[in-house]
Design a binder for this molecule. Sequence first.
Ligand SMILES: [Zn+2]
Ligand SMILES: [Zn+2]
Ligand SMILES: [Zn+2]
Length: 151
Amino acid sequence: MLVEHVEDALRGAGLRVTGPRVAVLRVLAEADDHPRIDQVIERVRASGVSISTQAAYDVCEALTGASLARRIDLGRSPARYEARVGDNHHHLVCRSCGATVDVDCATGSAPCLAPGADHGFAVEEAEVTFWGTCPDCREASTTTEERSLTP
Ligand SMILES: [Zn+2]
Ligand SMILES: [Zn+2]
Ligand SMILES: [Zn+2]
């Protein structure tokens, strides 16, 4: 989604155009790091729009409900949000710092994996998350190992 189309996107999804909605969606459209709610709030406030924590949650709910944003829930870590919706992309997630990076689906359309047995379900989606260690954390751990080897 392009930042300048944020208001049209809200209207197109049947949502009233409000200052907080425009500000949050703009932040998500500009972000490529899947910000957590606290990061969204920080960036909205930095753009000069005041927003309460509750309002930010409400806006994110409205945006995900209208399929303008996607919430990425990864178990024990806080949810992250993005405005890249409508494609079947996946995420690479760092186990140590939580960095979340987009990766295109290798097979294309959902569901990209077929279960061995579908038990009569009509399968729509397979959620794929690649867990690992990001380059920064790998470098940090190599440095620590080198340091611990020094007598
Ligand atoms: Zn990391
Ligand atoms: Zn993503
Ligand atoms: Zn896939």
